[in-house]
Design a protein around this ligand. Structure first.
Ligand SMILES: *Cc1c(COP(=O)(O)O)cnc(C)c1O
Length: 324
C-alpha cells in the first residue's frame, strides 16, 4: 500500500519522487541529513512557524538562523535573507505558512547566487501554488506533515518528502528504514516509516484535496467578506496569482492588549479560534536551550504576529455558522 500510495503525492506535486515517513518533523530532518546538512551548517528560516521547523534543524545538529517574516503574508521575507547569509550558510528553509506559499522566486535566485540548498516546509499548504511556481519545483525537496489536523491529515501521524532528486529520495528511503536498502544489510539509520494503514487513509483523502481546498477558499472568502468592515483587525492577504489554501484563516488584531477578549468572544460565539504561535521560537523560555542559533536582525513582523494573530482552523460547521 505504501509503495502504491507514494506515487500519488509524487504525481500530485508533479515531482519524480515521494517518500513517506513517520511525521512532518522527521520529513524535515531526514531531508537535512539526506542533503548532508549537519554541524556548523546554518539553515535560514523563520521564527513565526510551528516549533518543529527549527527543532528539525537542531535535530540535524545544524544552526538555526532566524530571519524576519514579510509584513503581510507572515512567510520568510526574501528581502531580509541576503543580509543574514554568512560563509556557513548552507540552506534556506522557507515555510508555506497558514496555507500560502512563501515567495519562492527570489528565494531561488538567492540560493543560486550563494549556492545554497532549499528545503520547503510544506506542512500547511498542500495544493497551494505561487505566482507561476508549484511547490517543490524551485527547491531540492519539499516536506509535509499528515498529522490529523493538517490538510490532508491521516488518523494519526504521517509525513512525506517530495523531490526531483534521486539521491535525496534514495537516502531518505535508507534512513527511514534502519539504514537498509537490502534485506539484512544495514548502515546507521532510524525508524521513521509511514505505515500502510495511514498510506491507505491518505490515498483515499488525497483524491479530494483540491475540492476540499476549494471549499476552504470559499469559506475564507466568506469570512473576509463578512469582516471587511471590521475596524480593528487586519484580514489575511492573498498575494496576486497565488493560491492560498487556508490551512488557517488568520486575522491580526491592531490592539494586542485586547486579543484575549476577542478570542474569548469568538469562542463563545461558536468560532473555533486559537492563537497559533503566540510565542515566536526566539521568544520561548530558555531559548535556545544550548542549541546553535542566531537571530539575523530585528524581528518586528514575527513579533507582531506572535502578539496579534488569531487563527481559525474551524471546521465547516463552525465556519458556516459564523455568517448564517
Ligand atoms: C505540523 C508542522 C510540522 C511538523 O509536523 P509533525 O507531523 O507534527 O511532525 C512542521 N512544520 C510545520 C510548519 C508544521 O505546521
Amino acid at each position: 500500500m505504501l509503495k502504491r500510495f507514494e506515487q500519488e503525492p509524487a504525481d500530485y506535486h508533479g515531482m519524480k519522487y515521494a517518500v513517506g515517513v513517520g511525521n512532518g518533523t522527521d520529513a524535515l530532518w531526514l531531508t537535512f541529513l539526506a542533503l548532508g546538512i549537519g554541524p556548523g551548517d546554518e539553515c535560514l528560516t523563520t521564527t513565526n512557524t510551528f516549533f518543529a521547523t527549527a527543532e528539525a534543524i537542531w535535530i540535524a545538529n545544524a544552526t538555526a538562523v532566524f530571519v524576519d517574516s514579510e509584513e503581510r503574508t507572515s512567510c520568510i521575507d526574501p528581502a531580509r535573507i541576503e543580509e543574514a547569509i554568512t560563509e556557513k550558510t548552507t540552506a534556506l528553509v522557507p515555510v508555506h505558512l497558514y496555507g500560502q506559499c512563501a515567495d519562492m522566486k527570489p528565494i531561488r535566485k538567492i540560493a543560486d547566487k550563494y549556492d545554497l540548498l532549499v528545503i520547503e516546509d510544506n506542512a500547511q499548504a498542500i495544493g497551494a501554488h505561487g505566482d507561476g511556481f508549484p511547490i517543490g519545483e524551485l527547491s531540492d525537496a519539499a516536506t509535509t506533515s499528515f498529522i490529523t489536523q493538517k490538510n490532508p491529515g491521516t488518523c494519526g501521524d504521517g509525513g512525506a518528502v517530495v523531490t526531483n532528486r534521486e539521491d535525496v529520495d534514495r537516502a531518505i528511503r535508507r534512513l527511514r528504514n534502519h539504514g537498509s536498502e537490502k534485506r539484512s544489510c544495514h548502515s546507521m539509520g532510524y525508524n521513521s516509516r509511514l505505515d500502510d494503514i495511514h498510506a491507505g487513509v491518505l490515498s483515499a483523502k488525497l483524491k479530494h484535496i483540491d475540492r476540499w481546498n476549494d471549499l476552504r477558499r470559499k469559506w475564507a472568502a466568506r469570512y473576509s467578506e463578512g469582516l471587511k468592515e471590521a475596524q480593528h483587525i487586519t484580514l489575511p492577504y492573498e498575494k496576486p496569482g497565488y493560491r492560498h489554501v487556508y490551512h488557517l484563516y488568520v486575522i491580526e488584531t491592531k490592539r494586542p492588549e485586547q486579543r484575549d477578549v476577542l478570542l474569548d468572544f469568538l469562542n463563545r460565539n461558536g468560532i473555533d479560534a486559537k492563537c497559533h504561535y503566540p510565542i515566536a521560537i526566539h521568544q520561548q523560555a530558555g531559548y535556545p536551550w544550548g542549541k546553535p542559533a542566531r537571530i539575523a536582525g530585528p524581528m518586528p513582523n514575527s513579533e507582531r504576529n506572535a502578539a496579534c494573530d488569531l487563527t481559525s482552523s474551524a471546521s465547516a460547521r463552525c465556519r458556516m455558522s459564523a455568517f448564517r
